[in-house]
Ligand binder design. Structure first.
Ligand code: UDP
Ligand code: MN
Length: 255
């Protein structure tokens, strides 16, 4: 009997969105104990996302939420992608929803922060299901921190350090894709959440320091890479814009 894994995915409208979410939805179809908490960065939920989860037959184990990033924190096209925190508003909205949900459905479950553009192996969720109550599981992440793999250093089944080179002085120098949290830690720490006023690269440390310590981390799949921090290139839309100027409809109209 596997625990439910609540996977929190912030997502926002852009040309690659449907491709990203289609790829993710097919991972969900293969992993029955995953529950998808999608949080759109928008004033309301969209037909695109709703139709996509319906077509993937995931509506029974999915909730569609929305939480718009305040304009002063929103990345613009000209900002470098790391200059502002991403996903703060959305992940906090999801945590609110999960706290209510687990109050009514007690039992062991797990919370994972799952970006819409990373690459996930279904095996990751097998491993994640081993996370114990009141603990945080950690594992290697591929293609992040300007390395092939960033990973916890494990001795005698304990995390004794991390191999990160970028800002290794962080309390938890790992990527968002590299850990998941037993949901009872969110009940035990009812105010734990993400914050905007946090230095670049410290979002992971921010949430983790509120629910655990390095000594309590549970190493998982220590010798495997089961998730990659891939990033999708923004597609060129020059010809789409030309079509628009001629008064023609967008090329994906009605698809
Ligand atoms: N995201 C969002 N609104 C934004 C930018 C990003 O909801 O304005 C989401 C995005 O879809 C992803 C997560 O936040 O699921 C992390 O963003 P991104 O993948 O761009 O960050 P990176 O991987 O580069 O740190
Ligand atoms: Mn990403």
């Amino acid at each position: 009997n596997k625990p439910i894994i609540y996977a929190i995915t912030p997502t926002y409208a852009r040309p690659v969105q449907k491709a990203e979410l289609t790829r993710l939805s097919h991972v969900f179809r293969l992993v029955p104990n995953l529950f998808w908490v999608i949080v759109e960065d928008a004033d309301e939920t969209s037909a695109l996302v709703r139709n996509l989860v319906n077509r993937a037959m995931l509506s029974q184990r999915c909730v569609l939420l929305n939480a718009k990033t305040p304009t002063n924190f929103k990345l613009s096209k000209r900002d470098p992608h790391w200059s502002k925190p991403r996903g703060v508003e959305q992940r906090n909205e999801a945590l609110k929803w999960i706290r209510k949900k687990i109050k009514h459905e007690p039992g062991h479950s797990i919370v994972y922060f799952m970006d819409d553009d990373n690459s996930y192996s279904t095996e990751l969720f097998e491993e994640m299901s081993k996370i114990e109550r009141m603990r945080v599981g950690v594992w290697p992440v591929g293609l992040v921190g300007a390395m092939k793999v960033e990973k916890p250093i494990v001795e005698n089944d304990k995390v004794v350090g991390f191999n990160s080179v970028w800002r290794p002085e962080r309390p938890f120098p790992i990527d968002m894709a590299g850990f998941a949290i037993s949901s009872d830690l969110f009940e035990a720490n009812p105010s734990a959440q993400f914050n905007y006023e946090v230095e670049k690269g410290y979002q992971e440390s921010e949430i983790l320091r509120q629910v655990t310590t390095r000594e309590k981390l549970q190493p998982i799949a220590s010798n495997q890479i089961l998730v990659w921090h891939t990033r999708t290139e923004a597609s060129k839309m020059d010809n789409e814009i030309k079509l628009g100027k001629k008064g023609l409809p967008p090329s994906d109209e009605g698809m």
